[in-house]
Design a protein around this ligand. Structure first.
Ligand SMILES: NC(=O)c1ccc[n+]([C@@H]2O[C@H](COP(=O)([O-])OP(=O)(O)OC[C@H]3O[C@@H](n4cnc5c(N)ncnc54)[C@H](O)[C@@H]3O)[C@@H](O)[C@H]2O)c1
Length: 315
C-alpha cells in the first residue's frame, strides 16, 4: 500500500514511519517543508519531497500512485496561533483544502486527518466525545474544526473516506522539538532547570503514548468505509502534578526535579480528557501502555539522543 504522509518528519510522523516500516507492506512518501521536522531524523527508506502542502503542484506530484493519505502537516503551536492566526489559517485550513482538492482531482479516496480534541471543543465538562458542540478557544482549534468540516463535506459531496482522529496529548520518543508538556519537562530536567507549571498543577490532561496512537492511525488507514470523527487518547484523566510525580519515579536521582508554579495562561484549558469508546469499538483502538512505561521509554530516548544531538537540550 502506498501512503503519503504529510508532515511525516514531525513527532507523530517519524513514529508512524517507524511503526509502519516494522509492520511491513507499506511504501511511504513524505511531503514536509522541514519547518520543524528534518529529513535526517528518518532512517527508514522513504520517498521524500521537500515543500509545503500549500504548493498545489508539489502536492499533485506527491500523490502520484498513492492509495491513502495520512495528513499530519500543520502549524501545531496553540500559543503561537493566537499571536499569528493568519499563518495558522494559511497552513492548516488552506493547506489542507489544497490536499483534499488534489486528492479529489487524482481520484484518491482515503484520508486520515490529524485533528485535536481539547482545542476544538473548548472548556466543556470532560470526558469529551464526538457528539459535543465545538467551541474552540484559540485559532489553532478553529483551524482544526474547519478542516474537520471540509473532510465531512468531501465525504458527503465526493465520496471520500475522510476520517478525522482527534488526538489528545501525545508523548513519546522523537519529540525533542515539541513544546508539549512531557517533552518540555524532560528537556528542562536534562538542562537542570525547574519545570514551569502554568497554574497550580491541578489541570487535567489525557496523555497518550505515541506507539499506541500509531496503532490507531494504522487501523484508520486499513479499515474500509471509515469516516467522521474519532477521539484518540487513553480516557484516563491525569493532572500535571500526577505527571510530575510519575516522572519522579522514572528519572534517576542524579537529575533532581524542581517545580516553578506560574499564572495560568490565557486560552489554555483547565480540564480535558476523552471518551474513547467509539474508537475502541469501531477502530479496534487499544491504548495499552501505562503512563509510567511510556514515560520510561520516552526518558530513555531523551537521554540517549541528548548524547548525540545538541538540539535535544534547546529549550
Ligand atoms: N502531538 C500532539 O500532542 C498532537 C495533539 C493533537 C493533534 N496533533 C496533530 O497531529 C499532527 C502531527 O503533530 P506532531 O506533534 O507530529 O507535529 P510536528 O510539529 O512535530 O510535525 C508537523 C510536521 O509538519 C511539517 N510542516 C509544517 N508546516 C508544513 C507545511 N506547510 N507543509 C508541509 N509540512 C509542514 C513540519 O516540518 C513538521 O515536520 C498535527 O496536525 C497536529 O496538529 C498533535
Amino acid at each position: 500500500m502506498k501512503i503519503l504522509i504529510t508532515g511525516g518528519l514531525g513527532f507523530v510522523g517519524t513514529n508512524l514511519i517507524s511503526h509502519l516500516t516494522k509492520k511491513g507492506g507499506y511504501q511511504i512518501v513524505v511531503l514536509d517543508d522541514e519547518s520543524l521536522g528534518k529529513r535526517s531524523h528518518v532512517a527508514e527508506p522513504i520517498q521524500f519531497i521537500k515543500g509545503s502542502i500549500c504548493d498545489r503542484s508539489l502536492v499533485d506530484q506527491a500523490l502520484v500512485g498513492v492509495d491513502a493519505v495520512v495528513h499530519l502537516a500543520a502549524h501545531t503551536r496553540v500559543v503561537e496561533s493566537m499571536e499569528n492566526p493568519t499563518y495558522n489559517f494559511e497552513v492548516n485550513v488552506n493547506g489542507t483544502f489544497n490536499v483534499l482538492s488534489a486528492m479529489r482531482a487524482a481520484g484518491i479516496k482515503r484520508i486520515v486527518n490529524a485533528s485535536t480534541g481539547g482545542a476544538i471543543l473548548g472548556e466543556v465538562p470532560p470526558p469529551v466525545h464526538e457528539e459535543m458542540v465545538a467551541r474552540p478557544t484559540a485559532p489553532y482549534g478553529a483551524s482544526k474544526l474547519a478542516v474537520e468540516g471540509y473532510c465531512s463535506a468531501f465525504n458527503a459531496a465526493y465520496g471520500m473516506e475522510a476520517v478525522s482522529l482527534r488526538f489528545s496529548n501525545v508523548y513519546g520518543a522523537r519529540s525533542f522539538h515539541k513544546g508539549s508538556v512531557v517533552a518540555a519537562f524532560y528537556k528542562r530536567i536534562l538542562a537542570n532547570k525547574p519545570l514551569v507549571v502554568y497554574g497550580d498543577g491541578s489541570q487535567i490532561r489525557d496523555f497518550v503514548f505515541v506507539e499506541d496512537l500509531c496503532q490507531g492511525i494504522e487501523q484508520a488507514i486499513l479499515q474500509d468505509g471509515i469516516t467522521g470523527v474519532y477521539q484518540l487518547g487513553t480516557g484516563i484523566p491525569t493532572s500535571v502534578n500526577t505527571l510530575i510525580d510519575s516522572m519522579k519515579q522514572v528519572v534517576p536521582e542524579q537529575y533532581p526535579i524542581h517545580v516553578q508554579y506560574e499564572d495560568f495562561r490565557r486560552g489554555e484549558l483547565r480540564e480535558t480528557f476523552c471518551d474513547i469508546s467509539k474508537a475502541r469499538r469501531e477502530l479496534n483502538f487499544n491504548p495499552a501502555t501505562p503512563l509510567i512505561e511510556g514515560l520510561q521509554v520516552t526518558w530513555d530516548w531523551f537521554v540517549n539522543s541528548q548524547q548525540t544531538s545538541r538540539e535535544t537540550v534547546l529549550i
